[in-house]
Design a protein around this ligand. Structure first.
Ligand SMILES: Cc1cc2nc3c(=O)[nH]c(=O)nc-3n(C[C@H](O)[C@H](O)[C@H](O)COP(=O)(O)OP(=O)(O)OC[C@H]3O[C@@H](n4cnc5c(N)ncnc54)[C@H](O)[C@@H]3O)c2cc1C
Length: 450
């Protein structure tokens, strides 16, 4: 990898042996550090990690960039707590997405209480320990030889016609320029596509709300209230506690004496001051929700203590204008697009009102697909989006933005760019791509229980 170190520090003295110090001054002519690679992935959440690991397996030189100081995106830092959309519906579902997901499950499964499969009435969801997940991400990225640039946000995106050539990043330690043949926009907010000047979409209606997740410890698992009982109490007492949301979710992480609370609805604007304010208000809302639980369900939560607040949880903000916009009709009918690259059966889960959300489940045999056309910005040749910023209508996106399909999209993005090389992702051989990701669109293992 071409890594040119810029000399940003000018020593003014060779050092004083008595104090062990020397005087330095920033070089006023310092240039940004330059890094070049085959595939640059921006965003290290479920989609970005999957893309980066898959691209590294393909032998590509990979640079992984994230604005946060830690890897793992929302899966790790917002303490989401469960992998959804990975299994077909019913209690006997089969796994939809493989590859990196299989490796992740094998590693976490070997750690005591790091994974728990809940075969619920709608589908199977997989609870995970976010600390173990975070370490798996870090170790996997290191072992794969991926160059990581953390705490790095895009200042500018250099474009030549339909190709993105380089990203200009600002970090607390200085500027970095990343040049790459292909780019994955796994930022969740289509930040790369936006900075490149590509057309993007956002909600033209009410905002889609995010959530401040909270983990509480010291609870009594055996006395955890049922979902309906909690919803009824929130309806009755919510105003008294200043709760915004009503049909909220508290889920016990089995065997660990903790619960993850998904009980708030906060706006997630893309304007810096408003976003910062909303993050602080989210915690106020979360505190009120914890007070409500402690007082209204003392048998379970009476001695609860807040152990951790996640980073602000963001659902749907801004996404690309792709070659194809996935629609609710396509999701409902389960149409398999000719360029399908991933699948799920997760319900429509649209958080578009302060007090609640739309929840529409599908039948046991239902499967819906994500096409490559929804991942590729119409106006770019070497950019592929993955995760919660692909092109879909509001309701369709609410169903495919969960982590199972996000990981399938990440894998497909890596393969699409690998196949495109220095050409266009719009002209790759779709049959070749589908052959590479066939486990994520065709494989159907034996059910969990006979
Ligand atoms: C409260 C909440 C609960 C949820 N519950 C579940 C659940 O139980 N199960 C489930 O499967 N899904 C759940 N979801 C959905 C799911 O968590 C997300 O949609 C999914 O994690 C998105 O993954 P991603 O990789 O697309 O993006 P993210 O995880 O959001 O990652 C994007 C990354 O890009 C980085 N980034 C953004 N902008 C820039 C920039 N300009 N420069 C550099 N880096 C940047 C961010 O720092 C971040 O790390 C939930 C979502 C929320 C908000």
């Amino acid at each position: 990898m071409g890594l040119a170190h810029s000399d940003q520090v000018q020593p003014e003295s060779s050092g004083d042996p008595e104090t062990g110090t020397r005087t330095v001054r920033r070089d006023a002519n310092a240039r940004a550090q330059r890094v070049s690679c085959d595939i640059c992935v921006v965003g290290s959440g479920a989609a970005g990690i999957s893309a980066a690991l898959e691209a590294a397996r393909l032998g590509r030189k990979v640079v992984l960039v994230d604005g946060m100081a830690t890897l793992g995106g929302q899966a790790v830092n917002s303490i989401i707590g469960t992998f959804c959309g990975l299994y077909s519906n019913g209690t006997h579902g089969y796994q939809f997405t493989h590859g990196v997901v299989d490796d992740m499950f094998a590693s976490l499964g070997a750690i005591d209480k790091a994974l728990f499969y809940r075969h619920g009435p709608v589908t199977t969801v997989v609870y995970y320990d976010e600390v173990a997940l975070g370490r798996w991400v870090e170790r996997s990225v290191l072992e794969a030889g991926i160059t990581v640039i953390l705490g790095a946000v895009m200042r500018d995106v250099r474009r030549n016609g339909r190709r993105v050539e380089a990203l200009e990043l600002a970090t607390r330690y200085g500027d970095v320029i990343v040049e790459a043949t292909g780019f994955v926009d796994a930022t969740g907010d289509a930040a790369l596509a936006w900075q490149a000047g590509f057309a993007c979409r956002e909600s033209a209606r009410a905002p889609v709300y995010g959530t401040q997740m909270v983990v509480v410890e010291n609870i009594d698992e055996a006395n955890h209230p049922g979902r309906e009982e909690m919803a009824a109490r929130m309806e009755e007492k919510g105003d008294a506690y200043g709760l915004v949301r009503r049909n909220a979710v508290s889920f016990v992480i089995p065997g660990r004496g903790i619960a993850a609370l998904n009980m708030t609805h906060t706006e997630t604007p893309l304007e810096p001051l408003a976003a910062s304010r909303s993050a602080l208000e989210g915690k106020e809302q979360a505190d009120r929700a914890v007070k409500f639980l402690m007082e209204q369900f003392p048998a379970c939560f009476g001695r609860a203590r807040i152990r951790a607040y996640g980073a602000p949880g963001i659902r749907q903000t801004r996404w690309i204008v792709g070659r194809h916009q996935l629609t609710l009709d396509e999701v409902r009918s389960g149409v398999r697009h000719p360029d399908a690259i991933g699948r799920t059966a997760w319900p429509v889960e649209l958080h578009d009102t302060g007090s609640g959300y739309v929840w529409q489940t599908f039948g046991e045999d239902h499967v819906h697909y994500v096409p490559l056309g929804s991942l590729v910005p119409e106006e770019g040749d070497n950019v592929v989006a993955a995760g919660r910023c692909i092109d879909a209508d509001l309701a369709a996106l609410s169903s495919v933005r969960v982590m199972g399909p996000c990981m399938a999209m990440g894998a497909a993005a890596a393969h699409a760019l690998d196949l495109a090389g220095s050409g266009s992702v719009h002209q790759i051989d779709i049959a070749a791509l589908q052959a590479r990701v066939s486990d994520n669109i065709d494989r159907q293992d034996a059910p969990w229980r006979a």
